[in-house]
Design a protein around this ligand. Sequence first.
Ligand SMILES: [Zn+2]
Length: 446
Amino acid sequence: MNILLKNVHWYAEDIEGRGDIRIERGRIRAIGYGLRPGRGEQVLNLAGYIVFPGLINAHDHLGLDLFPRRGNPPYTNFYQWARDIYNPDDAVQREIMSVDLRDRHLWGGYKNLVGGVTTVVHHDPYARAVFTRRFPVDVLRRYSWVHSLGYGEHIMPKAYWSRFRGRPFVLHAAEGTDRSSQQEIDRLHTMGLLASNTVLVHAVALEPRHVDLLATAGCSTVWCPASNHFLYGATSPVAALRYAGVPVALGTDSTLSGSPTLLHEIRMAHASEMAMADELFRMVTADAARIFRLTDGQGSLREGGRADISVFPDTSVSPAEALIDGGPSLVLVRGHIRLAQSDISAQLELESSDFRMRGQSTWLCGDVTELMRRIRTRVRTETLEQNPLWRMPIFAGHADHTDHPDHTDHPDHTDHADHTDHADHMHQADHAGQASTHKPHAPAIS
Ligand SMILES: [Zn+2]
């Protein structure tokens, strides 16, 4: 669909202005003033709205976003938490892992969409059959990853391959507060794995000399403050990192430990007074695009760039604060409408929707009602209601229908989950100490 956005306020790292934006075949064709509608072009009057680049969530595990927060914090490192929560006999875990992995991924996709995200970095195997152009958001594809030093297989070939190809190499590191967490940075340094394409997720346990090491090597980090505070009661020294010149992006992590959406994460980070609204805006747009080497226009608004766009009400004192005050009214991924609130969707030929967000009927791409019905056939209501996303107003209104699983003989159907989900945190924990007998995964290099 070709769309002309009229009367908008646009804002990105390097531009701000008012006028019109033309979107053709998934790309921004023009940003200017007094643009006239072309033949067959859909015109949307967006007076009163601000157009941002689509937001980038720098860290998630899409297959785990049906979980509630789990564990008994505080912990002093990630490995303690992973061992603590992994219990294959636990009812909540069995129910959720019995949901088809494709549906769990899809639920994670909607989590990101309702947070205004257009690109997410998924820290588990890339699901080619699911992360197609029909998926609610774009999933970063060109990168290499391992879980962490403790649960990393083929770490050296993956690191060197990604460096050779100029792609990001992403791993959890220094996730905790103890000495063993700190020593991960020293080990990575000794192994020669701190490089300009290295992206360290969490990076909580850092001494000043570690900050210097990361800056000298040109590494980047991903900040997940909600997850860090929940698990460890501490978070990454982002001010010191940014002052030293280390680029920082922002991520939600999964709902096992993190925020329901990226907007919740932004608000939490803002409330912590560790970063200003403008800094947070760059962390979820231009800085994230640079860190993950997204060069097709993601994280920016530019002519010729991909039309990944999030539109928010323009009612805040400064543009970046709209991310803290509001939520998305319209989301486009590659120029395709993925979310539209009724004030805007009334101008479009979209089916009516009974999803409501911030008091407005909100159209979502795909069939969320059917997805939620399928999930309810596998997971009890009391379990689902612990999931912060399921409780969000937009979904809560759909959560009290029929199709509950039979509680008495449930759950006894977890087999497929065990085969498909070997990279999840908990399975990683299960494999600790069995590495020599467990068949290694194919390197997730794409
Ligand atoms: Zn993670």
